[in-house]
Design a protein around this ligand. Structure first.
Ligand SMILES: [Zn+2]
Length: 165
């Protein structure tokens, strides 16, 4: 369900290969270590994805839409450990990957051009992307494989397709 470009960005993140300001300031290449997005705190991977007020608004929005608790750590690891139905887990992981990717894109936009999309617009874009991806998937085939959770999954998927945050 996740897009290849989202997976690639996550791959970079897990290898600590994102060029955040704390890296450059740590080796003396730059002196401004403030977050490119909020300018309120030191730009670290934890700040950008877990603490930055901009990112938190987006994460809250997508978690409300997905009907899942807001992850208090790395969402990919935490959701990966959940004992959820495969359909729900696959979609939640893909949406959270999209969250990381989009926050990273907005961070780069803020750094290079001094602008970024509002959290509301970004949430709407992520929802739109996954609504169309969910509709493209043959849900009947997916759900038959997890027949013990057919009703719950179908209700949850219908919520994703109809509720707008
Ligand atoms: Zn910030």
């Amino acid at each position: 369900m996740a897009l290849p470009k989202h997976r690639f960005m996550i791959w970079l993140m897990f290898r600590n290969a994102l060029n955040l300001k704390d890296k450059f300031c740590g080796i003396g290449v730059c002196s401004d270590d403030k977050c490119c997005v909020c300018d309120a705190d030191k730009e670290t991977i934890n700040h950008l994805f877990l603490q930055c007020r901009y990112s938190l608004l987006i994460l809250q929005g997508i978690c409300t839409w997905l009907h899942i608790p807001i992850p208090t750590g790395n969402g990919i690891i935490l959701i990966g450990r959940r004992n959820w139905a495969p359909v729900q887990k696959s979609i939640c992981l893909a949406v959270v990957m999209a969250f990381y990717y989009n926050v990273w894109q907005q961070r780069n936009l803020a750094r290079l051009e001094g602008k970024l999309l509002s959290p509301r617009i970004l949430i709407a874009q992520i929802q739109q992307l996954f609504r169309s991806r969910i509709q493209q998937v043959n849900l009947d085939n997916v759900i038959v494989r997890v027949s013990n959770v057919i009703v719950r999954d179908r209700i949850w998927l219908n919520l994703l397709l109809t509720i707008i945050i």
